[in-house]
Design a binder for this molecule. Sequence first.
Ligand SMILES: [Zn+2]
Length: 316
Amino acid sequence: MRSDNHMNTRRWLLLSALGIGAAAATGSAVVLTRTTDHASSSAHRPAPGPSGTSGHKKAGKGTPSPSKGPHRPSGGSRRKSSGPRPGSVPVEAGLRQTYRLRPVAGEYAIGSTVLHPQIRKHAQLTLPGSGRYIALTFDDGPHPDYTPKVLSVLRTYRIQATFFVIGENAAAFPKLLHDIAAGGHVVANHSYTHPLLTSLSTAKVRQELGRTSDVIEKVLDAPPRWCRAPYGEWDARSLKVCAQLGMEPLGWSLDTNDWARPGIAKIEKAVTHGVEPGSVILQHDGGGNRAQTVRAITDYLPRLLDKGYVFVRPHT
Ligand SMILES: [Zn+2]
């Protein structure tokens, strides 16, 4: 992946000359777009909010649970997700947006990926290029409670991310898809019911991914260009279906294990100790109570900005 640096540089210079906030590109189809144009590190820190005094909120009643969210298939590996576990968590405190924000509309990606991407042999796990570019990704939403909270935090720090949504959640909460897109984030495909794709027939894989792309296209008037297999588990057949549906596969390199609710400090530590140029960070905005995730990103995002990391998202 690093071998594409020369092409990246050329593309970067070209896009920079055009005044486009693109950050990196491969020679093929992976193009990443800068998501923030912060000028001074201190500007990212929100004024401290009130200390957390409220109890944790219950998930919305009567709403379909993203129960097909992060499940761990048997024999799970380090990169796999698991199901939600019971337990109370701290609240989202300090999320008030207490300073002025500029609109992010001008930072939207422009252009398009190729309509017929290559059939990949594996998903890309890190970003191309050598700059301090990283990508933040959220899986298993949209969730009626946590996706808006995540969006609020991202808005506070003016960071744009990629949301790999589960089709049945997207169908249940189409407004949340609009809200994600309106924030300048990328909406991507994470299957319809979160199955292990490698256990399905090719026809079923096509149904899982195709149905999700259809929902996204119906709501946003544009099909997704990026796809992430549940648990990061691809095989040759599912990668072929992914390409046939016009999508590129994207994995991750930094798993926070936030699905297991290990505690805010552990989620933060996973990121602050593990992040490096090119990291693709995996978080979850759905699949269970994500209050820890919300608090963790609130704390670590400004620290990463202070360290000079630039958040990018896939080009769409
Ligand atoms: Zn997932």
